[in-house]
Design a protein around this ligand. Structure first.
Ligand code: ZN
Length: 99
């Protein structure tokens, strides 16, 4: 018998969006409820994050958050979705076990 581990998350599992600053390495967790605010600079080092205006990437992030909220709050249909996490995490876990 072969066992295959897989990791999935449901939209309700997502508690926030984490921004990682490329300049200082700060990790900023923003709750889904307040994640619709556009963050333009790092709150820690004040490095400017938005370098093009309008930023297609930040607009996509905001649309993703809006869609995520709709998915989390809408329960009209007889299905739910899960996001499947890459199988490569198993390799990461295995390498950590060796330490
Ligand atoms: Zn920073």
């Amino acid at each position: 018998m072969t066992l295959h581990e897989r990791v999935t998350i449901e939209p309700s599992d997502i508690c926030g969006i984490e921004y990682c600053c490329e300049a200082c390495g700060a990790e900023i967790l923003v709750s889904i409820a307040s994640a619709t605010q556009r963050i333009t600079v790092c709150p820690v080092c004040h490095d400017r994050w938005i370098v093009s205006d309008p930023s297609a990437e930040i607009n996509a992030v905001l649309e993703f958050i809006g869609s995520l909220e709709t998915i989390r709050e809408t329960k009209l249909n007889k299905f739910k979705i899960r996001l499947r996490v890459s199988d490569s995490l198993g390799g990461v876990r295995a390498s950590r076990d060796k330490d």
